[in-house]
Design a protein around this ligand. Structure first.
Ligand SMILES: [Zn+2]
Length: 425
């Protein structure tokens, strides 16, 4: 294996490749902080350069394990394959903005459980199992739970999913998504809905994991962005080893954005690509800690007093991670906040113009690209020549019920020629 150590993106401390969830010097245990998810995985890049060939890589079957050398799972027996990865990079051609702009979307909703989470959770769960976990558990508003439960089913181990109403608003009593509850349950996981203080629950989880033999997937946080890296690898390959000018990522905790950036960096270090993209975070108005940090030139994003309820619960956290903020800064990218109306319009347009149905939080990617074009955050060269990619993180079927009020029941028609002709006009 080429993974060598964990390291903290903030203070630089190195740790062995264990299930350490947080940097012991930077994390604020028991409270929300941008410094709670600062760990990443380091690789022996010199050895990788000698042993990994770009053209050979390109001939392997699609999916996460195509990049086995670039992932932190040593024993092939623990490289459990659910069929994640290998998703489509679609060029947008009918959307009004596609005229004059080179726009792509990475359609992550076609992953096995319908969201990009099959990548980060798939890798973190394999690492946990390789470390000896006898069961897999998580706290989630839904998509992590589905990814974890499906992986556990495939691996033949039990799963426990503590299902929250919203990633950022559990204590505010937000309702649990029925569709996500059903999906998690179908995979055979035990499901419960926690009430009370989440901080206490996390602390309990950490203590019980030690003596129960179960792994709570948040303690394998450092390995989750490893799965997200594969999205960047695929984008480079799908653009014939060219790099887009910019990548727009709907951002909650920020692990996906950080992971993508790590993927691009690693491919550049290996000499597989020549340029790097600018990384942009897209967040809902009222839950935009990265936008605040960006505008106020903070060294570390501050925790919002509260996140305002909006149509994109999966990306509505009080604070996003420093690791994502650093990726934005290093890449010369930025952060944009989008409204409910902008996200819903983007969702509708992707479906009606391009035939792509994504979750509302995913549509934030297009809403963010539109803002960047309108406000001149992208140059003509970037938007027209090199191209821009939006990450559509999950499938719209994940939460169709949330949109049902916008579509009243369809009209009934008589089985007559006249009635049918009227509809065909
Ligand atoms: Zn640290």
């Amino acid at each position: 294996m080429y993974a060598t150590s964990l390291f903290c993106t903030f203070c630089g401390t190195e740790y062995p490749l264990t299930g350490l969830g947080m940097c012991s010097r930077c994390a604020r245990v028991g409270e929300e902080s941008a410094l709670n998810e600062t760990l990443g995985v380091r690789y022996d890049v010199d050895s990788l350069r000698q042993h990994l060939d770009r053209d050979e890589l390109a001939r392997r079957p699609a999916g996460l394990w195509r990049y086995a050398e670039l992932l932190p799972v040593a024993d092939p027996a623990f490289r459990i394959d659910l069929g994640a990865g290998g998703t489509r990079l679609a060029r947008l051609t009918r959307l009004p903005e596609s005229d004059g702009h080179k726009l792509f979307v990475k359609v992550e909703g076609s992953n096995p459980t319908g969201s990009f989470k099959d990548r980060p959770i798939g890798i973190a769960a394999c690492v946990a199992l390789e470390h000896g976990a006898r069961g897999l558990a998580c706290l989630t508003s839904g998509n992590i739970g589905s990814a974890l439960a499906a992986l556990a089913a495939r691996a033949g181990v039990p799963a426990l999913v503590l299902l929250l109403g919203s990633a950022g608003q559990a204590a505010q009593g937000a309702a649990v998504s029925v569709e996500k509850y059903v999906q998690v349950s179908v995979y055979g996981a035990r499901v419960a809905t926690p009430v009370g203080d989440l901080g206490t629950l996390y602390a309990l989880a950490n203590r019980l994991a030690a003596d129960s033999g179960w792994s709570f997937i948040h303690t394998f946080q450092a390995y989750q962005s490893e799965g997200d890296k594969t999205t960047a690898f695929e984008i480079c390959e799908q653009l014939a080893w060219q790099t887009p000018a910019a990548v727009f990522v709907p951002t909650g905790t920020g692990t996906n954005l950080y992971g993508l950036w790590q993927g691009f960096l690693l491919f550049k270090e290996l000499g597989f690509i020549q340029a790097l993209p600018r990384m942009f975070a897209v967040q809902p108005e009222g839950a935009a800690s990265l936008v605040n940090a960006w505008e106020q030139h903070l060294e570390v994003p501050a925790v919002l007093e509260q996140s305002r309820p909006n149509v994109a619960p999966p990306i509505s956290h009080r604070v996003s991670g420093y690791h994502a903020y650093r990726a934005m800064r290093e890449s010369g990218g930025g952060a944009v906040a989008v409204s409910n109306a902008e996200m819903l319009r983007a969702l509708n347009d992707l479906a009606a113009y391009e035939g792509i149905y994504c979750e509302v939080a995913s549509a934030a990617a297009l809403a963010g690209i539109r803002q960047a074009i309108t406000h001149g955050l992208l140059s003509a060269d970037e938007a027209q020549a090199r191209g821009v990619v939006g990450i559509l993180t999950s499938n719209g079927l994940k939460n169709s019920l949330a949109l049902s009020s916008r579509f009243p029941p369809p009209p009934q028609i008589e089985a007559t020629e006249q009635a049918l002709r009227t509809l065909l006009e």
